[in-house]
Design a protein around this ligand. Structure first.
Ligand SMILES: *Cc1c(COP(=O)(O)O)cnc(C)c1O
Length: 310
């Protein structure tokens, strides 16, 4: 396969099928399909979002020549946006809470982005406030704001959703995916519902996220979990939320690496744990689809594969 730009390698990721042969928890005849989003060129599902945000911004003339793209991000969105911005010859500035993944910050810088730090204690909220301030200060800048922008779920509605239907048709029983901004889950779910009206929709959150009504507290699983219910979920017929502890999520992340050669981050481990719970409740012959959002090597400084305390 010859391609003329790295952007052309975004999407059309493989789906890895797991059956009883790989995971004895999966009933015979049933399967879990994991969409391997960590194989995108920037190492995460956010390459799709970055490409879509820049394309949409240009089409709607929110982005013109010399526009600086500003975005608050924990990292993967920055990497995805930086790759897309390069193709359009645009510069990028990302506002990142200081102690968030160092690997992701290195990757954003490597792609040519400028990084602005905010205090770690202020979390992503502090980064959002600073990004808004920088945007107001600069006349030719664009702030996509993934948490509010309907282009976020649309990116997945138009790309990931159709890829799942293309590969599996209407035989999907359940869609199980993590919720951070809620863009992936709601965009894909809305597309799948059009083709598989009876599909079961299961959102995945870490313990410390509030979707099941639990108390809000910090957690080690990265990329998913919310402090408020994302507006993207409004009106969506969600059947259930699976709440996964750090211990369960990291154990599954390590098992995926050690036994299945799948070097993914902890939100993928949590998604797999939830998919296994779901498939166990379903009759033989069921097909559960889940998503592995990013690669594990961007968490090596946090000993993702070697620590034993969770
Ligand atoms: C973005 C992301 C998610 C969740 O996706 P949303 O679309 O924001 O809900 C999960 N895991 C990782 C690592 C991510 O980067």
């Amino acid at each position: 396969m010859i391609i003329d730009s790295i952007q052309m390698a975004i999407g059309d990721t493989p789906m890895l099928r797991f059956t009883h042969h790989q995971f004895e928890e999966i009933p015979k005849g049933s399967a879990i399909y994991a969409k391997l989003e960590y194989l995108n060129p920037g190492g995460s599902i956010k390459d799709r979002l970055g490409a879509y945000l820049i394309k949409e911004g240009i089409e709607q003339r929110k982005i013109t020549e010399n526009t600086v793209i500003i975005e608050p991000t924990a990292g993967n969105t920055g990497i995805g946006v930086a790759i897309a911005a390069q193709a359009a010859k645009l510069s990028t500035m990302f506002v990142v809470p200081e102690k968030f993944s160092l690997e992701k910050q290195e990757l954003m810088r490597a792609l040519g982005a400028e990084i602005v730090h905010t205090p770690t204690e202020e979390g992503i909220k502090g980064a959002i406030a600073e990004a808004k301030r920088l945007h107001a200060e600069r006349s030719n800048s664009y702030l996509p704001l993934q948490f509010d922008n309907p282009a976020n779920p649309e990116a997945y509605y138009h790309t990931l959703g159709p890829e799942l239907i293309k590969d599996l048709g209407s035989s999907i029983t359940s869609f199980v995916a993590g919720i951070g901004s809620g863009g992936t889950f709601s965009g894909v779910a809305r597309y799948l519902l059009k083709h598989v009206p009876l599909i079961r929709l299961i959102g995945v959150e870490p313990e410390g996220s509030i979707l099941n009504g639990g108390a809000s507290h910090s957690h080690e699983i990265e990329g998913i979990g919310v402090e408020f219910i994302p507006t993207f979920l409004e009106g969506l017929p969600v059947h259930d939320f699976a709440t996964i502890s750090d211990a369960e999520g990291f154990a599954m992340t390590r098992r995926l690496a050690k036994e299945h050669g799948t070097l993914v981050g902890s939100s993928s481990g949590a998604a797999m744990a939830a998919a296994l719970r779901e498939v166990a409740t379903l009759p033989a012959g069921s097909q559960v689809v889940t998503v592995f959002p990013d690669a594990g090597d961007r968490y090596l400084s946090k000993q993702i594969y070697s620590r034993t305390d969770y």
